[in-house]
Design a protein around this ligand. Structure first.
Ligand code: ADP
Ligand code: MG
Length: 302
């Protein structure tokens, strides 16, 4: 399955996460089931789906946190699932994760400067003085005063804490950032600022994102393509505008129908259209089929 033209930065194939059920003879639970997707350089791939559909599990598995039960994850052509601990440590410089709750991610007893410098220190980047310079630069990049380095997390607001977490995430100049609900815990008034910051950093640092969110309006605004996850499987994957304008899978339609339209008549029209158009053999949990360029929909089970 080829989803983007040049060799992608990230290529995930057949990714699965299976948990052994507790107790003898209980079998196992498949949380993520045979998931494949690419992320191109400088691209934002949205990952959407109901709570519990496996979004965070996929985001973490891409970073080998922990290694998936099956499948391959190639970053710049290198299969991360085959790396030992030292290879993984090196590969981890290229990918970072930003979580929903910036307070939980920060260490309350560490100054902001020490927290941001920690990955640099772990990887032996620069002298102490050079790292302090880098921290000041990173703080400026995320819109904070370099003087913040001497202060502690509790002295900052939620939005500022997320800026601090982002500064640390970009300290090692990663290629890929998994942003797992990075704005869900923030005040609505702050959310747009953090989204704008992520977009500015993408331009400046040529970052790729896996953007996990249940805010479909933000997803539509910032993602180039979107994968829709239902109970551990991708049921639809398409360029963003195609997905929002012409969703084919009933699950995607249900998800999108939750976005209110300004005009109630338009809303009724949309509901009728999505109800009446038969999904022509699509709409199951089977393999993905390309129905239009770059637009994949899961077929009925084989
Ligand atoms: P999402 O991020 O889409 O809300 P998650 O990836 O966090 O979903 O979780 C997917 C499913 O995996 C959930 O049903 C969750 O209960 C289950 N799960 C997560 N961790 C474990 C675990 N350690 N053992 C068993 N099931 C787990
Ligand atoms: Mg999650």
């Amino acid at each position: 399955m080829s989803q983007s033209q040049p060799a992608p930065l990230l290529a995930v194939r057949g990714l699965s996460r299976i948990y052994a059920a507790r107790g003898l003879g209980r079998g196992s639970t498949t949380i993520v089931d045979d998931v494949s997707f690419d992320v191109a350089e400088n691209e934002t791939l949205g990952l959407v789906g109901e709570s519990g559909s496996g979004k965070s599990t996929i985001g973490r598995a891409v970073l080998m946190l922990p290694k998936p039960s099956a499948g391959t994850v190639r970053l710049d052509g290198e299969d991360l699932t085959r790396l030992g601990s030292s290879g993984l440590r090196a590969a981890r410089r290229k990918m970072q994760i930003v979580f929903q709750d910036p307070y939980a991610a920060l260490n309350p007893r560490m100054s902001v400067g020490a927290f941001i410098a920690e990955p640099l220190e772990v990887h032996g980047v620069g002298s102490r003085a050079e790292r302090a310079e880098t921290v000041a630069d990173l703080l400026r990049k995320v819109g904070l005063d370099p003087a913040a380095a001497r202060r502690y997390p509790h002295q900052f607001s939620g939005g500022q804490r997320q800026r601090i977490a982002i500064a640390r995430a970009i300290a090692l100049r990663p290629r890929l950032v998994v942003a797992d609900e990075p704005i869900s815990a923030l005040d609505v008034s702050i959310q747009a600022q953090i989204v704008n910051l992520l977009m500015d950093l993408q331009d400046e640092l040529k970052l790729s994102y896996i953007f996990i969110s249940h805010d479909l309006r933000v997803v539509r605004r910032i993602c180039h393509r979107v994968a829709v996850l239902s109970a551990g499987r991708i049921v639809e994957l398409a360029p963003t505008e195609r997905l929002f304008v012409d969703p084919r899978h009933p699950y995607t339609r249900r998800l999108l129908a939750a976005i209110p339209l300004l005009d109630p008549a338009a809303e009724r029209e949309r509901a009728a259209r999505w109800r009446d158009e038969a999904p022509d053999g699509h709409g199951g949990r089977g393999p993905l089929v390309e129905v239009a360029p770059g637009h994949f929909v899961a077929r009925a089970e084989p």
